[in-house]
Write a protein that binds this ligand. Sequence first.
Ligand SMILES: Nc1ncnc2c1ncn2[C@@H]1O[C@H](COP(=O)(O)OP(=O)(O)OP(=O)(O)O)[C@@H](O)[C@H]1O
Length: 455
Amino acid sequence: MQTNSIIEARHINKEFQSDKGNELKVLDDMSLTLNEGEVVALLGRSGAGKSTFLRILAGLVPATSGSVTYRGKELEGPNPGVALVFQSFALMPWLTVEANVELGLQARGVPRNERKKLALEALDSIGLDGFESAYPKELSGGMRQRVGIARALVLKPDALFMDEPFSALDVLTAENLRQEVLKVWSAESDAIKSILIVTHNIEEAVQMANRVVVLGSHPGHVIAEVPIKLDRPRDKQSEEFQSTVDYIYSILTGRSDETNARRILQSKVRDKEAVNKSVQEEDLGTKVLPDATPGGLAGLADIVAEHPGGIDMADLAATLSFEVDDLFPLIDAGLLLGIFDADNGHVRLTSLGKRWQQADILEAKEMFSSMILQRVPLVRVIDRALKNSESKTLHGSLILDLLRAHHSDKEAVQQFETAIGWGRYGELFDYDADDDRLTLDPENKASLPQQEQEL
Ligand SMILES: Nc1ncnc2c1ncn2[C@@H]1O[C@H](COP(=O)(O)OP(=O)(O)OP(=O)(O)O)[C@@H](O)[C@H]1O
């Protein structure tokens, strides 16, 4: 990537005169460099002065003090290297799509044939092939914004400036158009060299930008510049993407200063490392953890205990007024944990199962924690990850992500919930769904080898 600077703004201050004649300071000492090849997002709340700053860089509004240069030359009017795309598409309703796109070229005195050729190229590049002779009112919002973008692209600007370009569109159309704009930007053509996008949408900023400039308000000032190094195309669902969004969110909301926000991000990265380290050779993909609760298992063990020689599953189901199918998860869980034996549909308590069934509540919990640590890979992973984590807490979503790599969403959630239920009963760990926090139980000090020896 080249790093030649296209536009440089230095120490920009802007004051407006209010209706009552008072000075309203809108921008305070803002500096920014836009380099060739990059997409920069200006992110801030409504009224932070984003649009004003964009217009100053475009040479449409003068700064009260400070300087703006384009390719090293101080601006003396509209910036010749910039083309603008607005939220409200600002098309001429009486002109066809093609004529709307040609307007800027006409103003530059480009001859008619050349105008047509360039307009058709620009329309083609943004997916408007075949719509040249339509009028704006015949088009959907998304198509109109495509015309707005084509009208800017046709000028082959050094910098495409976009002021909330997707915020008037529905979610899917906006998403589609973001991808199209990135495609045009990354193409090996001379269409556009850089993009400056104004947005209040953090995901949009992280998805599009190489660098996010976060603005604070009253007056507008730069709080932080965050480089976004995620590979393209960017996966919104990925942990890295979401962590970056969280990080910028914490800066923007002023919940933390940049140092604190970085600490939060680092803790998430460390959480992930703790989880990855804990997976080791564990197999989370082959078997699905049966959907059974410790209470259900204990109840079943009580009933099976009444039949010292064992009981047929069909009889067991009849005794409980269960369908046999409903019994399977409980039996499977009992087999997995070594509580039951089953032979040809005949279920018995093992000696471990008998001890567990006769134990008092505290003893039963301790035995249960040993069983699940020894026999359930998912419980081992969570337990180890929590012990590996500095804070002894973890984002539950990290564990869910591990499961989603091998199972459907529904199976992943069910297994996560089952493991939480088992871990909670065994006093190994707990989970708070409100803030997606897994925490190590204060009682959970036992190390794995000792637990194994106990059984
Ligand atoms: N021509 C003007 N005269 C007086 N005040 C203005 C003028 N233009 C903007 N302002 C004020 O400057 C402040 C910043 O406005 P600006 O539109 O730049 O913010 P923004 O961050 O782009 O917000 P939004 O996302 O709502 O457009 C606001 O308080 C606005 O009222």
